[in-house]
Design a protein around this ligand. Sequence first.
Ligand SMILES: [Zn+2]
Length: 321
Amino acid sequence: MDSYLIGFDMGATKMLCGVLDDKYQVIVKNKTRTKGSGNEAVFSTICRCIDECLAKLPSDGPRPSGIGIACPGPIDDVDGVVRSAPNVGVANFPLRRLLEERYALPVRLENDVNAGVYGEFVAGAARGKRHVIGLFPGTGLGGGIIINGELYSGATGGAGEIGHMTVQTDGRICGCGGYGCLEALASRSAIAKDAIAAAAGGDAPVLYAEVGTSLRKVTSGVLKRSVDGGDVAVKRIVERAAYFLGIGMANCVNIFNPQLIVIGGGLVEKFGSEYLGVAERVMRERAMPSLADAVVVAAAELGDYATVIGAAARLFGADRP
Ligand SMILES: [Zn+2]
């Protein structure tokens, strides 16, 4: 490959842009806050973020040969339109056509979680593996499936909703309308709800001192400080979430027989093995032994830029080095 690729993550709070070399290393990067609402305002924010990133490139180097964009929500790349991304403030947004017209480069849209898993596959913790499951517990619980080196998208592009696997049939209601989904029990949002209930009941004084009962202030870092500060109730809540994550992982292992499960997001970054170790132990107890023996569990390596790298890598598929 004698040119660079542009990867872009259209997130609800921030937008990330990176220019990648032929080894999927990020050569230059740029970040901007997601501002405004509506297709036009969001499009101008995207273009400004890309333009600022391109301006950092040395003028005598290779030029980009395509743009990969990661978007929240289900993506239909057949027509290149973002149907609905309410957190970003766009709907029926013909992003691929708009970008192709402005930059005269090929453009590909990808779901953001799939892009993140794909980024770890080409350049991160899942490098060199062919059968990979990715799980990203955060506000929701996103998942991605790589089978025989290919991202699996299903009949209509919607595959990989691992967060909506039922793990407790009479469990709490989920945003999708189901009950006891993995996301409703193991996402950071689920942990935050239980932790705030504990704080309100007087069982998590360290957490209460930092955020009161404000649910939206409960980041992974806040949870970590609460546990380190001695909030036993919050420690139990995090371990319970890790237990359910392990149940979900065991189901994935039994169905897909992956070589590697990569887990990313703020909880993994802050809690490390305290969280991942519990999930892995439960997975190994619950999955079929011969399949559990074949799988490695790893923390994601690329952080926020996994999505940028994956979006760019999806432009031309896994054949690139
Ligand atoms: Zn659900």
